[in-house]
Ligand binder design. Sequence first.
Ligand SMILES: C[S@@+](CC[C@H](N)C(=O)[O-])C[C@H]1O[C@@H](n2cnc3c(N)ncnc32)[C@H](O)[C@@H]1O
Length: 278
Amino acid sequence: MKNAVETHYTCPELGVKIRQGLEKAGKNTEQIPLRDLAPVDQLHTGGAPATHELMEHAGLDKGMTILDAGCGIGGTSRLLAQNCDLIVHGIDLSEDFIETATMLNQWCGFTKDSTINFKQGSVLTLPYPDHFFDAVLCQHVLLNIKNKPKAFAEFSRVLTPQGKLILHEILDGPGPNPLYPVPWAGNAAASMLCSRQNIEAYADKAGFELVFSEDKTKSAALWWEKINAIKKSRGTSPLNPSLVFGKNAGRFGANMEQNFKAQAILCMEKIWIKSNFN
Ligand SMILES: C[S@@+](CC[C@H](N)C(=O)[O-])C[C@H]1O[C@@H](n2cnc3c(N)ncnc32)[C@H](O)[C@@H]1O
């Protein structure tokens, strides 16, 4: 039986829905440029530009091996492979998402022996050997995970000594209780946000040394404000998050803008180096 998180991210026939959305939007469905998928395959605040900016701070060398932990339908994995020349492994709990990620790769022209490898599984029991990755990128995933110390322990295990853990995460803020639904949870009981102090303590305990930290809450609020303004002026595009999340998605924009503006939630970027290892 599926747990609550798996149920939240269950979306049968997602590939078919995305193809229909692309057709309705008048986009090419043969060789899809990555930017055309951005409205549905970037399942985090700030979209692709936020990931690019964070990766610049991480300063990884071309050819390095990275884990996209909780890769969703693979939008970030494709950017990391195509724009950063990294060897990418993407893992996600959702079977539907991994099936869709694999399908989208083919449609975007990534071949089977390309530098992206998707697997269904949990970040709490990563199916990779010790010291396998130069970096782990985790974007908006810990917000679904209760046992965060276990996730940090697994990230540490699979990283090489001096490997980098790159986090882009939503955290509990000092403001009022968040409004729901939001993209990761339909209600408060399903949301696993934690405080900034706790996330730092978990990383510290797992042997990570913090080398970069930026509070992106203000730019996150502006990003959602912009998304909401575009939707208001142009209407909803056929390619939109409701293909992934169903009708709840119609309320995400207003709730997320309000949540960030009231600091009910925070958007944080952090990079750690694995410095204390066996
Ligand atoms: C908000 S989405 C973000 C997806 C992706 N990182 C992105 O930014 O496009 C959260 C993702 O985390 C995945 N997830 C949640 N818990 C997980 C776990 N224990 N192991 C692996 N993936 C998990 C979900 O299936 C979902 O795809």
